[in-house]
Design a protein around this ligand. Structure first.
Ligand code: HEM
Length: 534
């Protein structure tokens, strides 16, 4: 880098001043007043007290004092990059979403990868789920696919989200562990929540310690809907597949890397993009209809289940390329506001109760974190297509309705109008049912897919799972939590349960946990659920 050492002058205390000359900009206050001296506050005499009158000093310190905003309540530690999404083919047969109409079209995108449990200053390689949040700035509004690198989730209903997150985050009295799942509260909650078993198998696998963001898959997790021009619905699941294949580190490597370079993943992405090695993912879709969904004995609305790729092949429909780092981490990566409810016309939600809850949560949390209803005015969050509405005022409003009319209908011929033909329409679903707090019986099988994932792993991968479980549960001080976990593992795979019990020194195996639905032992291994190692 070029070193700028010209224009240096010395003040009367020997301090160095860099003064505006030639091409350099003139330092000003935030109000634009040119600053003559940025090294010394205004004092009464050379050794006297500092004067309140020094507006430059006060503005500078005031602004510094307010630099921090709340970190995300989850996924606090993340790293983002710009790029584009390019379609391979038109999907107009399934969806009227503008982004999928024309083959070869490129649409700008921003992606933020993250860990879930650790704080903003934690390290990059804890055993944890990774967020894979994509904002695509389509010509009909921003589409946020707020996914993870694991295709299923811990819980089936959003009402449980505060519980699972409280349990995984530092314990409230001691404020540790900061970024690891290995502790009593986490395993207590998990062992009391059988629906989490499938996700837990993924989290104990090598998927939870990825080599870098560039070697991770991403999943939209929930079942969504595509709606065509006639509003005909096709269910869709979204999967991002890395061009570089999938790779993970092993636990010993993760531990060392965290100590030696806590920024390992962000440095990797920065260096790859700065040297022109642009990472790429293919967007694949699994498309199906209600009749197909009805064949399964699990529910496609249940976010703890996936549709194995052998049963329904994912079709590549486009690629995501990341080719530019943000100019400023805070302005872009920290202030980007992803929200599952950001969908353009042609994409719609299913009734997955986790997705329904998320659609409420993200708007609420962005207001808390970014502090103003006008967070969509920030450049990273603003749509890149024309937009017009009557929302006005509020903190930090940068755009307000122009003219007299800030409502509609109006007689002045002013302002935007609805567009029934092209605007967003929800799927017209017939629903008639009692208002209840119940979970469908079709959500009750918590072990079969956990087992299917485990038996799909190679020998070394299975050993890694057993070792991870042993390590994690060995950190649990409470023996009954360990035993309760082993009773679940016995429902997933007897060999796994017995191996973990043996390593934990549990002499007599507990009874397998009561299962609302007996685990299916006949599901075949699913090759797509194994890690591809290079
Ligand atoms: C943040 C994914 C479930 C609430 C995030 C982020 C991702 C993500 C990737 C980080 C976004 C970013 O990089 O800025 C997921 C996935 C879920 C899930 C895949 C399940 C399938 C939930 C649920 C809730 C929730 C059930 C609440 C009911 C939040 C909140 C944030 C967040 C409050 C912080 C948002 C922010 O401050 O920007 N989630 N999440 N998530 N998620 Fe989720």
């Amino acid at each position: 880098a070029k070193i700028h050492d010209q224009s240096l002058t010395r003040g009367n205390g020997g301090e160095l001043h860099q003064v505006a000359e030639g091409g350099t900009a003139r330092l000003t206050t935030a109000q634009g007043a040119p600053v003559a001296d940025d090294q010394n506050s205004l004092k009464l005499g050379q050794r006297g007290p500092t004067l309140l009158e020094d507006f430059h000093f006060r503005e500078k310190i005031f602004h510094f004092d307010h630099e921090r905003i709340p970190e995300r309540v989850v996924h606090a530690r993340g790293y983002g990059a710009h790029g584009y999404f390019e379609t391979y083919r038109s999907l107009s047969q399934y969806t009227r979403a503008d982004v999928f109409q024309r083959a070869g079209e490129k649409t700008p995108a921003f992606v933020r990868f993250s860990t879930v449990a650790g704080s903003k200053g934690s390290f990059d390689l804890p055993r944890d789920v990774r967020g894979f949040a994509v904002k695509i700035y389509t010509k009909e509004g921003n589409w946020d696919l707020v996914g993870n690198n694991i295709p299923v989730f811990f819980i089936q209903d959003a009402i449980k989200f505060p519980d699972v997150i409280h349990a995984v985050k530092p314990e409230p009295d001691r404020a540790f562990p900061q970024a690891q799942s290995a502790h009593d509260n986490f395993w207590d909650f998990i062992s009391l929540t059988p629906e989490s078993m499938h996700m837990v198998m993924w989290v104990m696998s090598d998927r939870a310690i990825p080599r870098s963001f560039r070697f991770m898959q991403g999943f939209g997790v929930h079942t969504f809907r595509f709606l065509d021009s006639e509003d005909k619905s096709t269910f869709v699941k979204f999967i991002w597949k890395p061009k570089l294949s999938m790779q993970s580190v092993v636990w010993n490597e993760a531990v060392k890397i965290n100590g030696a370079d806590p920024d390992f993943h962000r440095r990797d992405l920065w260096e790859a993009i700065q040297t022109g090695n642009f990472p790429e993912w293919e967007l694949c879709v699994q498309l199906f209809d209600q009749a197909f969904a009805d064949q399964f004995d699990f529910d496609v609305l249940d976010p703890t289940k996936l549709i194995p790729e052998e049963v329904l092949e994912p079709i590549p429909v486009g690629r995501l390329v990341l080719d530019r780092m943000p100019d400023n981490f805070f302005a872009e990566t920290e202030q980007v506001a992803f929200m599952t409810q950001n969908v353009p016309p042609g994409i719609d939600f299913s009734n997955d109760p986790l997705l329904q809850g998320r659609n409420f949560s993200y708007l609420d949390t962005q207001l808390k974190r970014l502090g103003s209803t006008n967070f969509t005015h920030l450049p990273i969050n603003a749509p890149k297509c024309p937009f017009a509405h009557f929302q006005q005022d509020g903190h930090m409003a940068m755009r307000n309705p122009v003219g007299r009319a800030n409502y509609q209908p109006n007689s002045w011929g002013e302002g935007p109008r609805e567009d029934p033909a092209r605007g967003f329409r929800s799927y017209r679903e017939d629903v008639e049912a009692p208002k209840v707090r119940l979970r469908a019986e079709s959500f009750a099988d918590h072990y079969s897919q956990a087992r299917q994932f485990y038996i799909s792993q190679t020998g070394p991968e299975q050993r890694h799972i057993a070792m991870a479980l042993t390590f994690e549960l060995s950190k649990c001080e409470n023996p009954s939590i360990r035993e309760r976990m082993v009773s679940h593992l016995l429902n997933i795979d007897e060999g796994l349960g017995a191996a973990v019990a043996g390593r934990l020194g549990i002499g007599r195996l507990p009874k397998p946990a009561d299962a609302a639905v007996a685990p299916r032992k006949d599901l075949p291994p699913s090759p797509a659920l194994s890690i591809v190692r290079n």
